[in-house]
Design a protein around this ligand. Structure first.
Ligand SMILES: NC(=O)c1ccc[n+]([C@@H]2O[C@H](COP(=O)([O-])OP(=O)(O)OC[C@H]3O[C@@H](n4cnc5c(N)ncnc54)[C@H](OP(=O)(O)O)[C@@H]3O)[C@@H](O)[C@H]2O)c1
Length: 349
């Protein structure tokens, strides 16, 4: 299949190029950038030198994108939506890494993302691209809303708790997120600039992060009843990686064995979720051990004295939190093996 990557000079665009270069069924035929138009792709991504022969950045053009079978859009939210809606309506498969199709309710877009959605009808047609939970719906999908990086980690950490009815009602989950600096993209604001970020451990968006809305939407859907989610991210001195620790309260009488069964049962057979159980493996999930890969390491801990449970998920924000997950969801939608192009072990140390 011919693939276009919109926003290919950015961090997630670069990861799409890196991973798609070795995808057995995909050839990248179009990569966009305003700043680097005319330059070879390794000009913005020096690590890709020699990986692509002759692929150059081009300006964003609807006509060029229409030549592709699948368009991966790694443009900022509110920017890509101007073309992705038209591409979808013209029959092209769209895999959107921005937030433009993640929320079901169009009324939320002005408040949360600052724009009126130009294609509100498409929000119902888009499938939330989290294959571990939406695998069936993704089959044959033509419009995929790739989840946010913090939301991916938060949802994977808490989904077994929400799905199994183990939580005290009303279910409320407080997600503490540690996030690496690449979350901020390749054109960071002052606070994300290296000299101000290196060594920092800093909470941000502590009064309602956008990704909490997404996590609430998906976990409530999974639970079949309202699940309230609060999410507070912290900038930490890492480039890649998200660790979500999702704290909640168990129903009276629910023990650690029931929690362990809930995690094992929801993630059985899911190729990119690895359960990291502290009692037998001596550690909790750590983004260090998923870097560069599409794996999500997921674990839990129960503090029996208090009836408190914490679900953990560690991912690489640019892979399972963005480009890798986009390809995984595309694979499922296109009827390809779920792990096509993604059989890459993490980097260590
Ligand atoms: N970073 C992450 O961890 C992460 C994770 C999940 C999802 N996402 C989402 O993925 C998308 C890309 O994020 P990123 O981190 O890769 O950002 P980024 O590094 O800033 O890249 C943005 C890309 O979009 C292009 N672009 C920006 N404004 C444009 C405009 N007005 N018209 C045309 N092209 C434009 C940029 O290239 P030129 O300026 O050269 O045109 C660049 O290629 C965002 O929607 C983000 O929310 C990011």
């Amino acid at each position: 299949m011919k693939a276009a990557v919109l926003g290919a000079s950015g961090f997630t665009g670069g990861e799409l190029l890196r991973l798609l270069a070795f995808h057995p069924e995909v050839e990248v035929s179009y990569a966009t950038s305003r700043e680097y138009a005319g330059r070879p792709v390794h000009y913005a991504h020096p690590h890709l030198r020699g990986v692509y022969q002759g692929l150059r950045f081009e300006p964003l053009s609807l006509d060029r994108a229409l030549e592709a079978d699948v368009v991966f859009s790694a443009l900022p939210h509110g920017v890509g939506v101007k073309v992705t809606g038209e591409l979808y309506e013209s029959g092209v498969m769209v895999v959107d890494l921005s937030a433009d199709y993640r929320l079901r309710d169009p009324g939320l877009y002005p408040r949360i993302y600052g724009f009126e959605h130009p294609y509100p009808d498409l929000l119902e047609k888009a499938v939330y691209g989290l294959p571990e939970l939406r695998g069936e719906e993704l089959r044959g999908a033509r419009l995929i809303a790739v989840p946010g990086c913090n939301s991916t980690a938060a949802i994977l950490a808490a989904a077994p708790l929400a799905a199994s009815g183990l939580l005290e009602e009303p279910a409320r989950i407080l997600v503490d997120v540690k996030a690496g600096s690449s979350e901020a993209g390749s054109k960071p604001s002052r606070g994300d600039h290296h000299p101000l970020r290196e060594g920092a451990v800093r909470p941000y968006s502590a009064r309602g992060h956008r990704h909490a809305v997404e996590a609430e939407q998906e976990l409530s859907r999974l639970a079949g009843s309202s699940v309230r989610v609060s999410l507070v991210p912290h900038a930490v001195p890492a480039v890649r990686g998200v660790l979500a620790s999702a704290h909640a309260w168990l129903r009276e009488g629910v023990d650690e064995a029931a929690v362990a069964r809930a995690y094992a049962s929801l993630y059985r057979g899911k190729p990119f979720v690895r359960l990291v159980e502290a009692r037998s493996q001596g550690r909790y999930p750590d983004p260090k051990f998923v870097a560069g890969s599409n794996y999500a390491d997921v674990g839990w801990a129960v503090e029996a004295r208090l009836g408190r449970v914490t679900g953990f998920a560690a991912i690489d924000n640019l892979v399972k939190g963005a480009a890798g997950q986009a390809i995984q969801a595309f694979n499922v939608a296109a009827g390809l093996p779920e792990d096509a192009g993604l059989r890459i072990p993490p980097l260590a140390p």
